[in-house]
Design a protein around this ligand. Structure first.
Ligand code: AP5
Length: 213
């Protein structure tokens, strides 16, 4: 099964993709995580992506499409979290899948308001070692500043400052939201209310994806 998670920053795509990938045995491919890893390692991609990410802008399509071409497996199911984000990326994905004789089953749209996003992201903490995600109020770690899973240090992401969050939301509305109609026309789109609780959304996702093959 090949699934795309589409939605504004902070809509919970990563949280759900991590859970679902374990429950359904799917590979989780997050372009945001891959880019942050490249920035940390100081690779050529990381150096070029950093300035866009810090400003809350999209990294150029050519870099992202090359990245996905490198990591996309030829077989086995996967969740694409944060890709595609532009029409050019969606067309490139169609082409990559066609070349591998594969097909996208579903695109899940996470619906959420801008104010809920600001509340969530300004309280988000991410583990600097394993990438686990917490929230100061909704999902606090057992020990302040320390990851429950690996003991790594919890940090706030550079782009989780209010002015950058609002910019990312605008960029989503302008450049990514057109993909809603793109996938609606292909009969692939399923929408969910991303303001519900984590467990409730997880149940809905399992229901929506249970026929996927
Ligand atoms: P990326 O890392 O993909 O950021 P994003 O899409 O902005 O998404 P987030 O990771 O911020 O949020 P999320 O939806 O995964 O929410 P999460 O589960 O963490 O991209 C970062 C940057 O990289 C981009 O700005 C761009 O520069 C670049 N980039 C990446 N992909 C690109 C592409 N394809 N093209 C070009 N550039 C690209 O949850 C958020 C918080 O809410 C957490 O604290 C969590 O605990 C909490 N939470 C989650 N679910 C719930 C719930 N149901 N109820 C209450 N709290 C919840």
């Amino acid at each position: 099964m090949i699934v795309v998670f589409l939605g504004p920053p902070g809509s919970g795509k990563g949280t759900q993709a991590k859970k679902l990938s374990q429950e359904l045995g799917l590979l989780h491919i997050s372009t945001g995580d891959l880019l942050r890893d490249a920035v940390r390692k100081g690779t050529e991609l990381g150096k070029r992506a950093k300035e866009y990410m810090e400003k809350g802008e999209l990294v150029p399509d050519s870099l992202i499409i090359n990245l996905i071409e490198e990591v996309m497996p030829q077989d086995g199911g996967f969740i694409l979290d944060g890709f595609p984000r532009t029409t050019a990326q969606a067309l490139a994905l169609d082409e990559m899948l066609r070349k591998h004789g594969r097909e996208l089953q579903k695109v899940v749209l996470f619906n959420i308001s801008e104010e809920a996003v600001v509340e969530r992201l300004s309280g988000r903490l991410s583990c600097s070692q394993c990438g686990a995600v917490y929230h100061i109020k909704n999902h606090p770690p057992k020990k302040e500043g320390v990851c429950d899973l690996c003991g790594g240090e919890l940090l706030q992401r550079e782009d989780d400052r209010e002015e950058v969050i609002r910019k990312r939301f605008r960029v989503y509305a302008e450049q990514t939201r057109p993909l809603v109609d793109f996938y609606k026309e292909k009969n692939k789109l399923v929408s969910l209310d991303a303001e519900k609780g984590v467990e409730e959304i997880n149940k809905e996702l399992l229901e929506v994806l249970k026929d996927g093959s």
